[in-house]
Design a protein around this ligand. Structure first.
Ligand code: NDP
Length: 241
């Protein structure tokens, strides 16, 4: 029987590519999203992948959403915590609301996504947890104190989960993308992108969502069974850690 995979934020951007790559690899995939119904409906029509709406920042919503996915598809064996947002501002202008929104979605959202599926993974003695962190969690970034804090936190989460899950056949790993050409990055003013960001990338280009999706598909596979607590950087040589 096909393994069931959940990809949060799996209807757009990097998450959509991850959902498709896992489907192509033979998984039964559920993609969650926050509120963009139009994009989710289009994605389901194009791919046949079921989409589910809930806010990863809310524990009860996540529990209920995950229960619905499991009722429809079966126990979740692969979970990809990908949903994320930016609310950029230099620290002296960052509001408590900007801080809290990013913490709720990007960091608490990972807890809310993994915690409900963890007991089942432990019981079944198999699980794959993959968290989408960021190069900016590894190196920090101007105007991203909130975002960098959450993405560095993701690395702490997988390193700790790896130690707790290893004996139960569960692996937990992070993928740190560099700048990838999704709507999140296209929202950066073009001049900043061309004059500041791309010159920092030795590859001389943005990454493609599929280049991240292939890392995730590998980490989910049986071939990656001894990779646990690791971070895969996919950033065009922008940064080494
Ligand atoms: P996009 O903005 O293109 O897509 C984000 C997805 O997450 C959407 O499906 C969105 O749903 C969903 N989402 C956002 N907030 C919530 C929430 N509260 N609850 C549930 N779902 C939510 O993002 P990217 O594809 O660019 O980014 C994906 C991940 O990769 C993020 O964690 C990001 O931080 C990380 N990343 C991205 C990089 C990049 O260059 N793009 C670089 C490094 C890391 P909806 O469609 O309803 O809005």
């Amino acid at each position: 029987m096909a393994r069931v995979a959940l990809v949060t934020g799996g209807s757009r951007g990097i998450g959509a590519s991850i959902s498709k790559a896992l489907k192509d690899a033979g998984y039964d995939v559920a993609a969650s999203y926050a509120g963009n119904d139009e994009a989710a409906e289009k994605f389901t029509a194009e791919t046949g992948i079921k989409t589910y709406k809930w806010n990863v920042g809310n524990y009860e919503d996540s529990q209920a959403g995950i229960a619905k996915v499991e009722a429809d598809l079966g126990p979740i064996e692969v979970v990809v915590a990908n949903a994320g947002i930016t609310r950029d501002a230099p620290f002296h202008k960052m509001t408590p609301e900007q801080w809290q929104q990013v913490i709720d979605t990007n960091l608490t959202g990972v807890f809310n996504t993994v915690h409900p599926v963890w007991p089942g993974m432990r019981e079944r003695k198999f699980g794959r947890v993959i968290v989408i962190s960021s190069v900016n969690g590894q190196k920090g970034q101007f105007a991203q104190v909130n975002y960098a804090a959450t993405k560095a936190g993701d690395i702490g989460i997988v390193r700790s989960l790896a130690q707790e899950g290893a004996r139960a056949g569960i692996t937990a790993n992070a993928v740190c993308p560099g700048y990838i050409g999704t709507e999140m990055v296209r929202a950066i003013p073009e001049k900043v992108l061309n004059d500041v960001i791309i010159p920092q990338i030795p590859a001389g280009r943005l990454g493609e969502p599929e280049e991240i999706a292939r890392c995730v598909a590998f980490l989910a596979s049986d071939d990656a069974s001894f990779i646990n607590g690791s971070t895969i950087s996919a950033n065009g040589a922008q940064f080494f850690s």
